[in-house]
Write a protein that binds this ligand. Structure first.
Ligand SMILES: Nc1ncnc2c1ncn2[C@@H]1O[C@H](COP(=O)(O)OP(=O)(O)O)[C@@H](O)[C@H]1O
Length: 224
């Protein structure tokens, strides 16, 4: 049996409004890094198609889209990107935001993801998260951010279900970041951690065709 290599993956975790999308988009600009947001995938589905209508029937109520459907849509997207040679397991690092969102999804993705790092963007002030969602509702015209009841349910789903997903992974992979900081400071914390990983010789971002030297550890300043 041929076993396909897994995608090196960084997971962005955090409650709605914690800034996963903002950080994911910026990281996705690095060479060799591709950002995939499950929420964006769902919003891009044609609204009048069968899939789009089914998805909206859940997202509009603040509920999770069923696992089988979520994973099917995600895998189809990854397959298209792979066929278009925009990504390849072994050379691309995926930054996933919004997925996996529960324990079952983590299990379903385990055979395709090699999770290198999980950033848990923590917000303790729920009111601050709600304010961010209200601002995003206007900026991005997101209906699910406008309705207070829908927002309340999404936060509840996060606290009851999504946060449990972290138990699936080795605690050593999880890095907590204070998401109430400015986006730039959150980004700086993420980049600092990723640089530490690179010095551990697990490369996150590589220019196309870049082949790391077998002993390319950074030299101390005195050796230069
Ligand atoms: N992995 C997932 N599984 C099930 N539903 C999801 C998943 N990702 C996103 N969704 C649905 O899409 C909605 C929007 O998700 P997202 O854009 O990530 O926003 P946020 O993190 O602010 O809630 C979620 O409220 C949920 O209904």
């Amino acid at each position: 049996m041929v076993v396909s290599p897994k995608f090196r993956t960084i997971l962005l975790f955090g409650m709605p409004g914690s800034g996963k999308g903002t950080q994911g988009v910026v990281l996705g600009h690095l060479p060799g890094v591709v950002h995939i947001s499950s929420g964006d995938l769902f919003r891009r589905l044609p609204k009048h198609g069968e899939l789009g209508r089914e998805v909206v029937s859940y997202t509009s109520r603040g509920l999770l889209v069923p696992d089988e459907l979520t994973i099917r849509i995600w895998k189809r997207h990854v397959q298209i990107l792979t066929l278009q040679e925009e990504i390849a397991p072994g050379s691309t690092t995926l930054v996933l935001d919004g997925l996996p969102r529960n324990f079952a999804q983590a299990e379903m993705l385990d055979s395709v993801l090699d999770v290198l790092q999980i950033f848990h963007l923590k917000i303790t002030d729920i009111e601050a998260a709600k304010d961010r969602l209200a601002a995003r509702a206007l900026r991005e015209n997101r209906l699910d951010d406008i309705n207070e009841e829908v927002v309340r349910r999404r936060l509840q789903v996060y606290n009851e279900e999504t946060i449990q997903t972290l138990r699936f992974y080795d605690p050593a992979l999880i890095y907590e970041i204070d998401a109430s900081q400015t986006p730039l400071k959150v980004h700086s914390d993420i980049v600092q951690r990723l640089c530490e990983l690179e010095t551990d010789r697990r490369h996150i971002s590589e220019p196309p065709g870049f082949i790391p030297e077998p002993n390319s550890q950074p030299q101390p300043a005195s050796a230069k």
